[in-house]
Design a protein around this ligand. Structure first.
Ligand code: SF4
Length: 318
């Protein structure tokens, strides 16, 4: 995850909730990818350290458990950079040029000049992040599936040239609910429409209460369509199916008002986030503890990464 800003409900619904489950099923490596952040924030690099700390606080507060998973910072394990460099020698340039997210991200972040060598190599660094731990599976949403295919191609090419070192990581496809932001567009920090995990209960309530709804419901007596309602994307991500169906029915028949409907998701989010908020307060008061936990993760990651790099260097004849 890129440390470029505070985490919002989209991160919770699309990644973190799934990561919490996975840590009971797999030996997981979760990394705060500081170098990836630099690829778009190179003109603003000083924000990365604080964002990294905030991200670590959020991860720990939401329940990622350092006793189960390895939680670490990418740039604290220098072997990622070495593997990235070595792999970049064998990857044909067109493989990178055709990555669809390269152009997409350039479009999504028009205020950044992303026409750099580092940004073009973004998937290459991602491949190194994955292969260095010989990952069997990687949880990704559909929009990231191509990156994983790219990683498999890189692994195959390395293995063909030098002998098998890397397993081909499989996609663990995660359903990423499309969450709308307060203005109805996709929830995103860059649109200024995000509802952040660290928002106080009051701020969160206020943001959701004023969030866009189906425009058909101008008056309380107008029926609406939940599938055309930006606020209802929150219900889809966080409210149980039974309750959702009941609310959808109420919306279509004008049996309930928007505030009543929104109140259900506000209360549900309060329930989900209340332990997180408590823990967050404590971690914020104790930054040393947070850095110590992450340093422990860095050490564990280094051991695994160094083991792979010894093998890689030997295969290359270095
Ligand atoms: S009742 Fe709920 S689903 Fe329907 S428009 Fe209002 S907020 Fe959206």
């Amino acid at each position: 995850m890129r440390p470029t800003g505070a985490l919002h409900l989209g991160h919770l619904a699309g990644a973190l909730r799934n990561w919490l489950k996975l840590q009971d099923e797999y030996q997981c490596f979760y990394t705060i990818v500081t170098w990836h952040a630099l690829s778009s924030e190179y003109q603003n690099s000083k924000i990365i350290k604080n964002c990294t700390f905030e991200m670590a606080v959020d991860w720990l507060s939401i329940g990622l458990d350092p006793n189960k998973s390895v939680l670490f910072i990418q740039s604290e394990v220098k072997e990622h950079a070495e593997l990235h460099l070595l792999l970049s020698m064998i990857v044909p340039l067109p493989w990178l040029e055709r990555v669809p997210t390269f152009k997409e991200m350039q479009r999504e972040l028009p205020d950044k000049d992303l026409n750099t060598y580092g940004f073009l190599g973004y998937p290459m660094l991602q491949a190194a992040d994955i292969l260095i731990y010989k990952a069997d599976v990687v949880p990704v949403g559909e929009d990231q599936a191509y990156h994983l295919e790219f990683t498999r191609e890189v692994a195959r090419r390395f293995n063909r040239l030098y002998g098998k070192v890397f397993p081909e990581p499989q996609t663990l496809l995660t359903e990423v609910p499309k969450l709308a932001g307060t203005d109805g567009r996709k929830m995103s920090k860059s649109y200024g429409n995000a509802i952040y995990l660290k928002d106080s209960p009051q701020t969160m309530r206020q943001k959701i209460e004023t969030m866009m709804t189906d425009i058909r419901r101008k008056r309380r007596t107008d029926p609406g369509e939940p599938n055309d309602c930006p606020a209802f994307t929150l219900h889809k991500a966080f409210v149980s199916q039974d309750k959702r169906e009941e609310l959808a029915q109420g919306c279509r028949t004008a049996g309930i008002g928007c505030l009543e409907c929104k109140n259900v998701v506000i209360e549900r989010l309060d329930e989900i986030l209340s332990p997180y908020r408590e823990k967050r307060k404590n971690f914020k008061k104790n930054p040393k503890l947070v850095w110590d936990i992450i340093e422990e993760g860095n050490k564990r990651a280094r051991v695994a990464a160094q083991r792979t790099m010894e093998e890689v260097r030997a295969r290359l004849g270095f």
